[in-house]
Design a protein around this ligand. Structure first.
Ligand SMILES: [Zn+2]
Length: 275
């Protein structure tokens, strides 16, 4: 079967482009029906990014449905990333499906020597140390443990993923996939050491401040203070008084905020004020 895709440049949107700024920010494609958001994106140059959408044939269906484009300017890339993530979460646009994230996240914690799946609804991931992740589901956390076991010849019996009789070699040790911590071919400490060192590069970093912070971004057009607590983005404002007012909100661990802010905050070089 031959499938032809007809692509027509969305001329009905071309005029809207001229009104878009070349500054960082978040833009929204709105549909005709109820003005609902179809797609939300971010860029350090709103106009250029929207133009490139218009030339993308794969997005023809979304562009045909688009009635108008709105935008919110930001002072920099971090602010645009934070705002985009929070708008997508709140508005769940039709064409952002891939970026949707479940609020509930999983991590691994070592309990009685065994990796155990823990949930963000039960534990504050921002303040609890000794967590590894993040994972979107229990299944993906367990898959990771199996991958680590294969790579580092760990014992699924000791890890609690398989039932084994105490002191007896597990099946994988017989085919040399487990180094034999189950049957004293290696010490349990060696086994545990390899487990921890494999997990270490995905250790969840605890929120490194005593309370909320303002991350300041400056652009010739504007200065913004992005208010964050426990890796949770609370909003962006232009002065410290407004920033302190935002800290009254509840702020549990937020996976998007963690992913966006972990690197810039730990690397330094960002302008931070404790609130
Ligand atoms: Zn074993």
């Amino acid at each position: 079967m031959i499938r032809t895709t007809e692509y027509a440049y969305p001329t009905h949107l071309r005029e809207a482009i001229d009104d878009l700024p070349t500054t960082p920010g978040v833009y929204t494609f709105h549909g005709a029906e109820g003005d609902l958001p179809l797609y939300i994106g971010k860029s350090i140059n709103i106009r250029n990014r929207v133009l490139s959408h218009l030339r993308t044939q794969d997005e023809a269906r979304m562009l045909r449905q688009t009635q108008r484009i709105t935008y919110i300017q930001c002072a920099g890339e971090i602010g645009a990333l934070l705002l985009e993530a929070s708008m997508i979460k709140q508005q769940q646009p039709l064409f952002n499906q891939k970026l949707r994230r479940t609020k509930q996240m999983c991590a691994l914690s070592i309990q009685d020597g065994r990796p155990t799946v823990v949930y963000s609804r039960d534990i504050n991931f921002a303040t609890q140390s000794g967590l590894f992740g993040l994972f979107a589901s229990r299944q993906s956390a367990l898959e990771k443990i199996r991958d680590i076991a294969d790579e580092h010849r760990l014992c699924l019996g000791l890890l609690g993923l398989e039932k084994v009789k105490p002191g007896k070699p597990c099946f994988r040790s017989m085919i040399n996939r487990c180094a034999g911590a189950c049957c004293a071919k290696e010490g349990v400490e060696d086994h545990q050491g390899r487990l921890i060192s494999a997990l270490n590069n995905m250790r969840i970093i605890c929120w490194p401040y005593s309370g909320a912070i303002g991350l300041i971004e400056r652009h010739p057009a504007m200065t913004q203070i992005h208010v964050v607590q426990n890796w949770c983005y609370l909003g962006s404002v232009t002065d410290l008084k407004q920033a302190r007012a935002l800290t009254a909100q509840a702020s549990g661990f937020d996976a998007d905020g963690y992913k966006i802010l972990c690197r810039p905050l730990l690397a330094g070089g960002t302008e931070i004020v404790e609130l």
